[in-house]
Design a protein around this ligand. Structure first.
Ligand SMILES: Cc1ncc(COP(=O)(O)O)c(C=O)c1O
Length: 375
């Protein structure tokens, strides 16, 4: 398994001490107090034993409600499996949906942990392009050309990390038609589902309901709960049962105080989500304005909290660019190459930083690119 390139930049930024940190993909907000209090109460009341593998029934019920309310699907509690973060759901889903030697189609650019998990599971990774000329939407015809007898799963991420692109309804219909016709699975990572800026999230299972879809969700980003490690998978009931069995052999279950925290997040005021989403939207606009002023092209994200900036004018690969920007400008960004071979012209800026850091970080990045092109 290749070491994480994003982690390499994080470590270099730590070492430098005074760097502006725009490489990290975790919210800079604190977990809402009522959520922390629910976990505290659970732990103090002795709710600290083993939990059911698929999650406590009241949390699964609340998640089925959330899926109806937010995602517009008619999923039942029996379809929901509470997992150790979205990552836990990704790992067990890939294990259940594919066998050793099978092929899995991953987006390029895309979040690198999918490739790591696939590698650990003995799956062969085939990347498919997210072409800027198509607004970074997947092309079902191009995907079909990559399908072989061993293809088991197509992975999509919406809103996407690192692009912030939300799957269009056309793309969703095209992908679902393809997986149904070829007997594949569509594994859609929607861990940023409530962080959409231009309208409600178009979740795959609501736009094109299908028994071939598994979706991945998480409390990490939406409720600023990265370290609590609570996510969930939503799958057809038979697949959910298999996910539950496999989870017994991996982590068994999510710790009970964290499940009670997640329940409190769902049952408490949802204004906390709206406030964070509004803050990310305002920061997106601030960063896009700054990049535009500096002449650095960027993708306008419709969700998540990243901006994908094209720094090819600087004439460096994204890895060298990121290290030099850190050394000369004191700004840490994630190199595009970390997300796949097609990403080497770009870097990812995280919006999970203060307005002041974002404004100054973008100013320095613009000055660095400007100096390299002689502006
Ligand atoms: C696309 C995507 N999926 C999943 C995750 C993992 O989330 P979790 O903290 O819930 O494991 C991340 C985290 O960065 C992500 O960006």
């Amino acid at each position: 398994m290749a070491p994480s390139i994003i982690r390499e930049l994080m470590d270099a930024a730590w070492e430098r001490g005074d760097a502006i940190r725009l490489e990290v993909g975790q919210p800079d907000f604190s977990t809402p107090v009522h959520v922390v209090e629910a976990a505290d109460r659970a732990a103090r009341d002795g709710v600290v034993g083993y939990a059911p593998n698929a999650g406590i029934p009241e949390l699964r019920d609340a998640l089925a409600d959330k899926l109806r309310r937010v995602n517009g699907t008619d999923a039942t509690a029996g379809q929901v499996v509470v997992t150790t973060g979205g990552m836990g759901a990704i790992f067990t889903s890939l294990r259940v949906l594919a066998d050793v030697g099978d092929e899995v189609l991953l987006p390029d650019p895309g979040w690198p942990n999918f490739e790591m998990a696939a590698g650990l599971l003995g799956l062969r990774v085939v990347r498919y392009r997210l072409d800027p000329a198509r607004g970074h939407q997947p092309d079902p015809a191009e995907l079909e050309a990559l399908v072989t007898d061993r293809t088991a799963v197509i992975v999509t991420v919406s809103p996407s990390n690192p692009l912030g692109v939300v799957l269009s309804e056309d793309s969703i219909h095209g992908l679902v038609e393809l997986v149904e016709r070829r007997g594949l699975w569509l594994l859609c990572d929607q861990v940023y589902d409530e962080l959409t800026f231009d309208g409600p999230p178009r979740t795959v299972a609501a736009v094109a309901p299908s028994p071939r879809i598994v979706t991945i969700h998480s409390f990490s980003k939406v409720y600023a709960m990265c370290g609590w490690r609570v996510g969930y998978a939503v799958a057809p009931v038979a697949v959910a049962r298999r996910l539950t069995e496999v989870q017994e052999a991996v982590t068994s279950s999510v710790n009970l105080p964290a499940q009670h925290a997640a329940l409190a997040a769902l049952e408490g005021p949802q204004a906390v989500v709206a406030e964070m989403r509004d803050a990310y939207r305002a920061r997106r606009d601030l960063v896009l304005d700054g990049l535009r002023a500096a002449g650095v092209p960027a993708v306008r994200p419709a969700g998540a909290f990243y901006v994908w900036a094209d720094v090819s004018a600087a004439g460096l690969g994204s890895h060298a660019f990121s290290h030099e920007l850190l050394r000369e400008g004191g700004v840490a960004v994630a190199p595009g190459i970390a997300f796949g071979a097609t990403g080497d012209h770009a870097v990812r800026l995280s919006l999970a930083s203060s307005d002041a850091d974002l404004a100054e970080g973008v100013r320095r990045l613009g000055a660095f690119v400007g100096a390299r092109v002689g502006r």
